[in-house]
Design a protein around this ligand. Structure first.
Ligand SMILES: NC(=O)c1ccc[n+]([C@@H]2O[C@H](COP(=O)([O-])OP(=O)(O)OC[C@H]3O[C@@H](n4cnc5c(N)ncnc54)[C@H](OP(=O)(O)O)[C@@H]3O)[C@@H](O)[C@H]2O)c1
Length: 209
């Protein structure tokens, strides 16, 4: 599958590397210019481009930018495509956003609202990228780590599930996009190593606020 990645930092690079290893074609992009990604092309075996080009390239698009950059993404090009949203909200870094602080909306719902699309699946946000690269295990191995996802787009969830598994992780579906708070920053399931059973249990007993 062709995967366009918006953001070429820790998240963009880690997902690019693993996706290429799993046989996918990837285009990485950033806000400055593909020239600043020059060395990534031979290092990872990816294409590089502008955010617009990566959005056009991807049959799937991964959002791997700071929350503050969402509004600057090429919205028109993203319409109708399945999007995987790895974005987290850190007020110290991103500034305070009242509707998130008061829990009127989840981070991924805000991303979907800002982009004007409904095909957003929350995925890859609840694991440090160093561990995404180091913790993967084959299917069936005892204590395989599980990762959560949430969303309303069945196809997006199916793709996220396939990628998680290819990268070496079990999957726990936390439900609709509105349930994404269950593995946002600060929740018990956020960035903690858990098996599928442990993660299912933790997500189900989590309490908002
Ligand atoms: N680091 C982790 O382990 C981790 C894990 C899970 C989730 N996350 C979340 O994922 C998001 C990205 O984290 P990160 O650690 O990868 O950040 P990062 O290393 O700072 O990288 C951010 C990337 O976004 C690019 N960018 C900014 N504005 C853009 C735009 N308008 N169009 C295209 N690209 C743009 C930046 O490019 P320029 O430098 O050219 O601006 C940079 O390549 C954050 O919300 C973070 O909280 C991080």
């Amino acid at each position: 599958m062709k995967i366009g990645i918006l953001g070429a930092g820790f998240v963009g690079r880690a997902i690019a590397k693993l996706a290429i290893g799993a046989g996918h074609e990837v285009m990485l992009s950033n806000s400055r210019s593909p020239n600043t990604l020059f060395s990534l092309k031979p290092m990872l075996g990816c294409e590089t481009g502008t955010a617009l080009e990566a959005a056009r390239f991807g049959e799937l698009v991964v959002i791997a930018v700071p929350l503050t950059a969402i509004d600057a993404l090429p919205k028109a090009e993203l319409q109708g495509k399945p999007l995987l949203d790895a974005v987290n909200y850190y007020p110290d870094r991103d500034g305070h956003i009242e509707i998130l602080d008061t829990r009127q909306i989840t981070t991924s719902e805000l991303v979907a609202q800002t982009l004007g699309t409904v095909r957003v699946t929350k995925a890859f946000n609840a694991i440090p990228m160093t561990q995404l690269e180091s913790d993967g295990l084959p299917q069936g191995v005892a204590n395989r780590r599980a990762l959560p996802l949430a969303g309303d787009d069945i196809e997006g969830k199916r793709i996220a599930t396939t990628l998680y598994d290819a990268f070496g992780f079990d999957v726990v579906d936390a439900g609709a996009l509105a349930e994404g708070w269950r593995f946002e920053r600060g929740m018990p399931a956020y960035c903690v190593r858990m098996t599928k059973r442990e993660l299912e249990e933790t997500l189900s007993v989590s309490q908002r606020g």
